[in-house]
Design a protein around this ligand. Structure first.
Ligand code: KIV
Ligand code: ZN
Length: 516
């Protein structure tokens, strides 16, 4: 079971990543990301927290039905009802894992759980045994292990291995650990737990001090053979350890790490773009591996060096992480078959011919305005079309905006709400402000705009603008996306997309809230 040369990649974009405020995903979006992760050859995909809501349960089930090659994991607190729900959702999986957890740090046990350490050990054992009734692949996490006492961790881990846990996860839940300390913790656990050779040690690091990847790598150096991570480092607060950074560090520094992953690294950039596109969380240009500047050599001296010999300044090849790989272009003369084939290669398929046809019509519209269509355009187009299809209460019918030097911008909007066409107009500080005010005058969502961001999907002035709008109402946060070659229209679409999401809030329990 324990191959010391192999580092298992456990992706939790669909669970911990989705817990990030505003990053919640629909079932369909989760399935699309899961397909990309499977194509990347991720070993384990944590698809959600099935007891959180009916939507979460359905999404985990749908991912379990669709994915063939990766193991599908569902999260469950150390409670019978959570484990049963996870077991049920994972039934269709080719290979299923239940991930159960309970907090082990003094502060969490006393303040959150209000339980004695003995009770925590007992509950953990019970949970692992119950999970084993559904699958022989059971992971146990000691939440807040980074701040837990080592003696207690040794005790609880030894007990859960005896109960049947096959992976032991050591989370730095609050991102407090330092690499040398965290590495030493993993080594001590492996050395002191008598039955430690019966399980794989895993780590799950949060990035509050910007050390999630460093801590994960220190753990690998000390014998951890599973890393839990997310695409683009998505996750609560400052996020989780970033998959692409860990995978490329282990690969690039094979001289340092005595293990390797099974990841197809050429799928990294397209997966990053897909996650960014679906969640509306942009990737900063200087982000390692997947940032737009990660392989750009601007300074003359660097360029000269790279032209003479690539290795002077480049430690990785852009192609190896998929930068050039996904640049295949379609144009206005491309037919439906080429369109469908490229989407299939990107892991996007349609349930009905009608859906494909409407996406193709939209593609033709964009191709009329733009000479070349890149993969990023296709992904944005599909996200845009699907968000419309899923959120049917409010739809954009038309928008006219007047913006002139020295004049106040003005927007006239027509939207359709529950099948009824409504029109209004508003003035604003700029054309986007005017458009938002006109929409708000009609829908009266009572929300506050928390974030507005525009990114060009590809380069060039004819590029589609991809807009993210984050709205908040009574602590409920949603992100809306819209894409169009006209950024005011993209903005209106994004605002309407967010309004639709706020109108149908998803009731969802948070796994670490302490409510049971
Ligand atoms: O951060 C954490 O501790 C978690 C656990 C549920 C593994 O996400
Ligand atoms: Zn976490």
């Amino acid at each position: 079971m324990n191959n010391p040369d192999r580092l298992i990649v456990f992706d939790t974009t669909l669970r911990d990543g989705e817990q990030s405020p505003g990053a919640s995903m629909t079932k369909d979006e989760k399935v699309r990301i899961a397909k990309a992760l499977e194509k990347m050859r991720v070993d384990v995909i944590e698809a959600g927290f099935p007891i959180a809501s009916a939507g979460d349960f359905d999404a985990v089930k749908a991912v379990a039905e669709m994915v063939q090659d990766s193991t599908i994991c569902g999260l469950a607190r150390a409670l019978d009802k959570d484990i049963d729900r996870a077991g049920e959702a994972l039934k269709p999986a080719n290979s299923a894992r239940i991930h159960t957890f309970i907090a082990t740090s003094p502060i969490h046990m006393e303040q959150k759980l209000r339980m004695q350490p003995d009770q925590v050990v007992e509950q953990a054992i019970r949970a692992v045994k119950r999970a084993r009734q559904y699958t022989d692949n059971v992971e146990f996490s000691a939440e807040d292990a980074g701040r837990s006492e080592i003696d207690f961790l040794c005790r609880i881990f030894e007990a859960v291995i005896d109960a049947g846990a096959t992976t032991l996860n050591v989370p730095d839940t609050v991102g407090y650990a330092m690499p040398h300390q965290f590495g030493a913790m993993i080594r001590t656990l492996r050395e002191r737990i008598p039955n430690s050779d019966k399980a794989i040690f895993s780590v799950h690091c949060h990035n509050d001090l910007g050390l999630a990847v460093a801590n994960s790598l220190a753990a690998v150096d000390n014998g951890a053979r599973q890393v839990e991570c997310t695409i683009n480092g998505l996750g609560e607060r400052a996020g989780n350890a970033s998959l692409e950074e860990i995978v490329m560090a282990v690969r690039t520094r094979a001289d340092v790490f005595p293990c390797s992953t099974n990841i197809d690294t050429t799928q990294i950039v397209s997966s990053s773009k897909l996650v960014s596109n679906i969640t509306g969380f942009p990737v900063q240009p200087n982000k390692a591996i997947v940032g737009a500047n990660a392989f750009a050599h601007e300074a003359g001296i660097h360029q000269d060096g790279v032209l003479k010999s690539r290795e002077t300044y480049e430690i990785m090849r852009a192609e190896d992480v998929g930068w050039s790989h996904n640049r295949m272009v379609l144009g206005k003369h491309s037919g439906r078959n080429a369109f469908r084939a490229r989407l299939e290669e990107l892991g996007i398929s349609f349930e009905t011919e009608e859906d494909l046809n409407s996406a193709f019509t939209r593609f033709k519209d964009i191709a009329d305005k733009k000479h070349e269509i890149f993969d990023e355009d296709l992904q944005a187009l599909v996200t845009d079309a699907r968000s419309k299809a899923e959120n049917e209460r409010v739809k954009l019918v038309s928008l006219k905006v007047c913006s002139e030097t020295g004049e106040t911008p003005h927007a006239n909007i027509v939207i359709c709400v529950d099948g009824e066409e409504l029109a209004d107009s508003a003035a604003g500080g700029g054309p986007v402000d005017a458009a938002f005010k006109a929409i708000e005058a009609l829908v009266e969502s009572g929300t506050e705009l928390q974030l507005y961001s525009v990114n060009n999907i590809t380069s060039g002035t004819d590029a589609q603008g991809e807009v993210t709008v984050r709205l908040e109402r009574d602590g409920h946060i949603v992100n809306g996306q819209g894409a169009d070659t006209d950024i005011v229209i993209a903005s209106a679409k994004a605002y309407i997309n967010a309004v639709n999401k706020i109108l149908e809030p998803m009731e969802k329990a948070h796994p670490q809230s302490g409510d049971v």
